[in-house]
Design a protein around this ligand. Structure first.
Ligand code: SAM
Length: 240
């Protein structure tokens, strides 16, 4: 039997709750997936877990679903942000997709000194990738993807209690060096050109910043993001 279609909706979910569909959602369910009235699918909304919902009205420009029963509770990831310098479009999309699968709670693209082509970043497209990734990986939570911000700006507003796993290519070959500190964290990944000397100096001086090595080889930024998420989740996250 084909697995149930999963759909993210920005609407409350609960027993007997009616959920209206947008034109795009109706097109996807009825046009692309060829589902009809009476079909049951899974809904998520980042707040109420996963619900079975039946299609009660299918139209060209919209439709209505009715929630039946909760099939999974909400599972939120650990309080981990992924802060990364965007790279080429499809590789940036890959980073967002993998961050959702690996369990990041917030995704923040940042402009660093050596970030290239950041003006081509579309927050709405990246958020749509995050939604799609959660729908496909069985997640019940979609992390928000922020608009691009300058690294200086985000560091200026940094919450005092949040540790920073600064993935520093200059630490190549050192032991990983992730301290066993519990609580909120963020991972920082640089662009293909790495961090500038000024940025590195600043990042080393911050009390909450922990320079970390990702092994004896230079990883591409997209690989580094997945590797850092793996290292953090295994040591301090919800994989244990
Ligand atoms: N151009 C840089 C160089 O040659 O040293 C490499 C930058 S690397 C492609 C992109 C980002 O991935 C780095 O800024 C860093 O955040 C992370 N990274 C890659 N390999 C790493 C490693 N072995 N240790 C720590 N961070 C690494």
């Amino acid at each position: 039997m084909a697995s149930k279609v999963r759909l993210y909706v920005d609407h409350p979910l609960g027993e007997g709750q009616s959920v209206p569909l947008s034109r795009d959602q109706a097109h996807y369910l009825f046009g692309v997936m060829r589902l009809g009235e009476g079909t049951v699918l899974s809904l998520i909304n980042s707040r109420d877990g996963e619900w079975d919902a039946e299609i009660v009205k299918a139209g060209n420009k919209g439709g209505i679903l009715t929630c039946q029963a909760q099939t999974r509770p909400l599972q939120t990831p650990p309080d981990l942000w992924l802060v990364f310098a965007p790279i080429r479009k499809e590789r940036t999309a890959f980073i967002v997709e993998k961050a959702v699968e690996m369990g990041a709670a917030r995704i923040i693209p940042v402009q660093t000194d050596y970030t290239q082509g950041a003006n081509r970043i579309r927050q709405d497209k990246l958020q749509a990738h995050a939604v799609e990734a959660a729908e496909q990986c069985g997640g019940t939570f979609v992390p928000p993807v922020d608009d691009l911000q300058k690294l200086d700006r985000i560091l200026a507003d940094w919450p005092a209690d949040r540790q920073l796993m600064f993935c520093d290519e200059a630490k190549i070959g050192d032991p990983i060096g992730l301290p066993d500190l519990r609580g909120p964290w963020a991972i920082l990944i640089g662009p293909e050109g790495g961090f500038s000397p000024t940025e590195r100096e600043k990042l080393h001086a911050l009390p909450y910043s922990h320079p970390v090595s990702l092994g004896p080889r230079i990883l591409r930024a997209d690989t580094a993001a997945v590797a850092a998420l793996t290292v953090w989740q295994q040591a301090l996250g919800d994989w244990g």
